[in-house]
Design a protein around this ligand. Structure first.
Ligand code: NAG
Ligand code: NAG
Ligand code: NAG
Length: 258
């Protein structure tokens, strides 16, 4: 069939261009443009400790994975112990959260552009599996903090974050009454507590077994197609449009995966 841009196809293409979270770039197997991320994901055999599940394919360098385990690390000079010692059982969730943020190549569908001095992109509303959010909250509820948004409002004059004068230290469950409050609020909605469970293929796992394949690959694929940029199944099955894949790939301002 002769190649023509019909109004119907134009509609599809235009929707694709506007609807894409990262116009002009792909959503799968990508690293965000932020302070320490690699340009592209790839193997990192020596990833440290809790970041090791990502060693087959990671957005973080080994040095980043080592720093992720330190108090007031060189990454962000963030003091987990800003209201006294954070319980180790709690801290391991923050280390895991840092590993996911720095290392995961599966956050593409939730990457958004930002205008910040230290990064050009962030993640927004990553659907965090119910159990991961729940255990984070349970293990942290007896530790102390002074704020519910840990991105903003700190006193940085000492070189690391300290509680601003008006912010009193209370138990976590004062500032975060529920697991969802913790996961949603702490990093300004980087996460959105999901109702889906680990293993469902519909939520991102902060924790996974390093000897198994990364379960978040499937999740990213699902959301890339869904929110995604275009109704893939319809495009390829619709009788009215017989479009060569290569022609489509040339035309669409996004990469077609799989
Ligand atoms: C880790 O090493 C890379 C490459 O050598 C460098 O660009 C990056 O700034 C280092 N990251 C940290 C956290 O030191
Ligand atoms: C980002 O913010 C700076 C300072 O407010 C402004 O000068 C610049 O134009 C902004 N860039 C974009 C892409 O919005
Ligand atoms: C999750 O499920 C519960 C119980 O079915 C429901 O009350 C709640 O609104 C749901 N939350 C979301 C975010 O969908």
């Amino acid at each position: 069939m002769a190649w023509k841009i019909t109004p119907l196809l134009c509609l599809l293409v235009c929707v694709a261009a506007v609807g894409a979270a990262r116009p002009g770039t792909q959503l799968l197997n990508v690293c965000m443009n932020a302070r320490y991320h690699k340009e592209k994901p790839g193997p990192e055999d020596k990833l440290h400790g809790q970041c090791s599940p990502w060693k087959k394919n990671a957005c973080c360098f080994v040095n980043t994975s080592i720093e992720a385990h330190k108090d007031i690390s060189s990454l962000y000079r963030f003091d987990w112990d800003h209201c006294g010692k954070m319980e180790p059982a709690c801290k391991r969730h923050f280390i895991q959260d840092t590993c996911l943020y720095e290392c995961s190549p599966n956050l593409g569908p939730w990457i958004r552009e930002v205008n910040q001095s230290w990064r050009k992109e962030r993640i927004l509303n990553v659907p965090l599996c119910k159990e991961d959010c729940q255990s984070w909250w349970e293990d942290c509820r007896t530790s102390y903090t002074c704020k519910s948004n840990w991105h903003r409002g700190w006193d940085w004059t000492s070189g690391y974050n300290q509680c601003p004068v008006k912010a009193a230290c209370h138990r976590f469950d004062f500032y975060f009454p529920t697991p969802a409050a913790l996961c949603n609020e702490i990093w300004s909605h980087s996460y959105k507590a999901s109702n889906y469970s680990r293993g469902s293929g519909r939520c991102i796992q902060m924790w996974f077994d390093p000897i198994l394949d990364n379960p978040n690959e499937e999740v990213a694929r699902f959301y890339a197609e869904k929110s995604g940029a275009f109704p893939m199944s319809w495009l390829f099955t619709s009788g009215g449009l017989s479009i060569g894949t290569s022609a489509l790939a040339t035309l669409l301002p996004i990469n077609i995966q799989g």
